[in-house]
Design a protein around this ligand. Structure first.
Ligand SMILES: [Zn+2]
Length: 233
């Protein structure tokens, strides 16, 4: 499985917020700034599927620009979108706020939306994704992505919860939220991630959603995930 780290930061970093491109055609989240980067690098042409973990702006603020790109490019096939329930209502509100009513009409015709459901599997290309609800805001999801070779977890934004443990139990690698320096109910802290990496010692940990504080606290204790890094797992 090819996993490209478009960004690995949080909102309060100069570097891009966390998002990924998997196998050159699956975009996981579309935060502010990521569209310009992916567009200028020519990465968008091959995207046929978008997975949105939840509706905070640092996970889909540029999604409407991706839809604009699809509209201008005139893709023949529908773009598949997997996102939490409420997607259409929220996307209509966003496009209204940005005075882009035609973008919404285009989306209604050219996006194939599927609702993420806890424990449900959805297949994209050669990968089976299993969605797990996690503890962040209501309707936040992480995943395990299985192909013939490996199982890769994506925690999404999460605090410690059952869904995260289910993801970890099945993952050989995990891209895991490490935004915080103290335990809370929205994000994982550095010490929680370090403890999990000891508990799940056969899983390779890739911390994401990094802040300058978590980077400082994690220094030399766990390898951090870098913007632009490409993994062949
Ligand atoms: Zn969030």
């Amino acid at each position: 499985m090819k996993i490209e780290v478009v960004g690995s930061g949080c909102t309060w970093m100069k570097k891009l917020s966390t998002s990924f491109i998997v196998d050159d055609h699956i975009m996981i989240d579309c935060p502010q700034g990521s569209f310009k980067t992916m567009f200028s690098q020519g990465k968008l042409q091959g995207i046929d599927t978008v997975i949105l973990t939840h509706f905070h702006s640092d996970h889909w603020a540029d999604f409407h620009l991706f839809v604009e790109f699809c509209k201008k490019s005139g893709f023949a096939e529908k773009i598949k979108v997997f996102a939490p329930e409420g997607f259409w209502e929220k996307f209509e509100a966003v496009t209204n706020a940005f005075c882009l009513p035609k973008t919404f009409l285009y989306a209604k015709e050219h996006l194939a939306f599927s609702k993420l459901t806890n424990g449900k599997v959805f297949k994209v290309g050669r990968i089976n994704f299993t969605a797990y609800e996690v503890l962040h805001i209501p309707n936040s999801f992480g995943f395990v992505a299985d192909d013939a070779k490996t199982s890769v977890g994506f925690s999404g934004d999460t605090a410690m919860c059952d869904g995260l443990i289910k993801i970890l139990k099945r993952s050989k690698h995990i891209f895991i939220d490490m935004a915080a320096t103290a335990t809370n109910d929205k994000h994982l802290s550095v010490s929680e991630v370090l403890n999990l990496s000891k508990e799940f010692e056969n899983t390779v940990f890739h911390p994401i959603h990094l802040s300058k504080f978590s980077i400082a606290a994690a220094k030399n204790k766990i390898p951090l995930t870098r913007e632009g890094e490409v993994f062949e797992i």
